[in-house]
Design a protein around this ligand. Sequence first.
Ligand code: COA
Length: 370
Amino acid sequence: MGDRVVEIKKGLEDVFVLETKISSIDGIKGILEYRGFNIHDLLHLSYDAVSYLLIHGKIPDEKEISAYSHQLKKDRGIPEEMIRVLHTCNFNIEAMDALRTEVSYMAHCDPDMNDNSYDGNIRKGTRLISKFPTIVAAFHRIRNNQEIVAPDPHLSHGANFLYMLRGTRPGELEAELIEADFILSAEHELNTSTFSTRVTASTLSDLHSAIISGLSTLKGPLHGGARMAVMEMLDEISVPEHAEEHVLNLISNKQRVMGFGHRVYKTYDPRAKISKELAKKIAEEKHEQKWYEIAQNIENTVNRELVEKRGKPIYPNVDFYAAVIYRYLEITPQLATSVFAIGRVSGWIAHILEQYADNRLIRPRAKFVR
Ligand SMILES: CC(C)(COP(=O)(O)OP(=O)(O)OC[C@H]1O[C@@H](n2cnc3c(N)ncnc32)[C@H](O)[C@@H]1OP(=O)(O)O)[C@@H](O)C(=O)NCCC(=O)NCCS
């Protein structure tokens, strides 16, 4: 057995393990599509509608979106016992850890706990999508000694999140930006966290367990945790004039510039292109160019040093300009990865359902060596 010649694909790079109808990436041309729709063309929709598209496979008509949004809004509140759990958390943890704990707790409070049918999973999934923003905002306010803000059913998914987080209703552009961030974060083919949800689902474990796998995987700094790392880098640099030196130091110490590079994209990440425009827009509206300028200086230096001089395809990825936008929206670094998860949970649910619908246990091999 040990003598068998096998090809080892470390990191499963470029390995195709399943077929999906949920999304596709062209890493050379820099194109991302959800269910066949280019993400550029989905930004005029609400997050609710995009989440429906991912999970149900079609853009909802008026009746469908009205019923779906109504249900999402109805499910936004979290019960007293979940608030109590948040009070017991260590307040130095990332919001992501509190979210993971809450999903675990939710699993055994959910009225459909033992119903793993398609309909049961749709109901559980809708509750998860609805409650993620409420959990993150509540944890943030509890640890800052502030009153929790109840959800406002008149606000969109994104605007309501900012309202619950900050206690005041966001401006029009702020609401547009957070909604766009959730849409751009919602789905990305077989990224590492989505893969981990499918691995868990492939054992026929339940939806909440698969989502916990996704959360745990998204948290790492090589994946969704990069968003927090970028925010910390922006803070550390703090003035645009220091950005170039900071990047040069990272490169000469063979360290990674967080928010750059991608396993699949060998060109500019289409999501980053959109976020960059949005970051510029909010910087102008807020008359506060600092964070945008720091980001520009980082990007210019990476481009000069790694792309032009060394020929490496290291461009901003989704996390880079998302982190800049978070700065303008008063989302702190400790919240960043959990805000990513608020968007991504719809994609995870879509993939878990797709896995259940045509399941085969995911179980690769490892070659034993002495
Ligand atoms: C995302 C990431 C893990 C993909 O990595 P990967 O596909 O395994 O790519 P590799 O680690 O093989 O990197 C290829 C080359 O590019 C370099 N590189 C990749 N990302 C880099 C970055 N962010 N900064 C500097 N150099 C980078 C590597 O050092 C390597 O150089 P080498 O060939 O001279 O050794 C990687 O780009 C990274 O660590 N980025 C920073 C974290 C991040 O932003 N994650 C969010 C991803 S959406």
